[in-house]
Design a protein around this ligand. Structure first.
Ligand code: ATP
Length: 233
């Protein structure tokens, strides 16, 4: 069996005196799509932000590609090959789509198995972004901005992609397109940890699902997902 790409052990997190995560333990295996599911406020965003080094009060162990990363700065974690797409779609609204993509360009970490992303490959994955190249980011629809945020993160050549609620606030057709993109990225060899509340989206992309409730991982086993897992092995 392969070693996990990401290993989380006893992860707890506090905002001031309020504890938001309680001793999470999970692994993300290379090449899988793992979905962190749970209601609003369950702690999904906090988990992703903790992995990315964006929350100061965290305890436990976070190991990426065999290397402890807890306490490292977000840009250093990104440089190791972790890409983070936050829920609030941070694009540069004044820059064009093409300029946004250039702004995301970073060399692939040494030894990364991922084929480096080029503007041409991004355009193949997101033909719509090719059409919109000269438009300012701020003029894009919600779904287009979500694609641009994801595409810009890919230009940083991550091996592990953290996606925070990629379907949120988007029309069903756009959600289906994003699910297809996630499956395509998995075929490219990326490992993906994403948070999601949309059951249909989860069903469409997940190899495994973890259920988070009030900051605690539940040991519920989703039979559908288990069956799907068995088929995928
Ligand atoms: P959502 O779907 O709303 O993003 P979530 O599952 O991602 O929910 P989190 O955003 O991680 O959940 O929130 C987990 C808990 O931590 C909630 O009780 C929330 O109120 C609290 N929390 C999140 N961010 C902060 C913050 N910056 N300061 C204080 N409390 C916070």
């Amino acid at each position: 069996m392969n070693a996990p790409l990401l290993s989380v052990r006893d992860l707890s997190l506090w905002y001031g005196r309020a504890q938001a995560l309680f001793g999470l333990v999970f692994d993300v295996m290379p090449g899988e799509v793992l979905v962190l599911a749970g209601r609003n406020g369950a702690g999904k965003t906090s988990t992703l932000r903790a992995i990315m080094g964006l929350v100061p009060r965290v305890s436990g162990e976070i190991v990426y590609a065999g290397r402890p990363i807890r306490g490292m700065a977000p840009h250093a974690i990104a440089r190791l090959g972790v890409g983070y797409v936050p829920e609030d779609r941070r694009i540069f609204t004044e820059l064009t789509v093409a300029e946004n993509l250039e702004a995301g360009r970073k060399p692939a970490p040494v030894g990364s198995p991922i084929r480096p992303w080029t503007i041409e490959r991004i355009h193949t994955l997101f033909p719509k972004l090719a059409e919109l190249s000269d438009r300012p980011g701020g003029a894009l629809s919600g779904g287009e901005q979500q694609m641009l945020t994801l595409a810009r993160t890919l230009m940083g050549n991550p091996q592990l992609l953290l996606l925070d609620e990629p379907s949120e606030g988007l029309a069903p057709l756009v959600v289906e397109r994003i699910a297809e993109t996630v499956r395509e990225l998995k075929r490219e060899g990326l490992t993906i940890l994403l948070s999601e509340q949309n059951a249909r989206f989860t069903e469409a992309v997940a190899d495994r699902v973890l259920w988070l409730e009030r900051g605690v991982l539940q040991n519920l086993i989703d039979n559908d997902t288990t069956d799907k897992n068995e088929k995928n092995r």
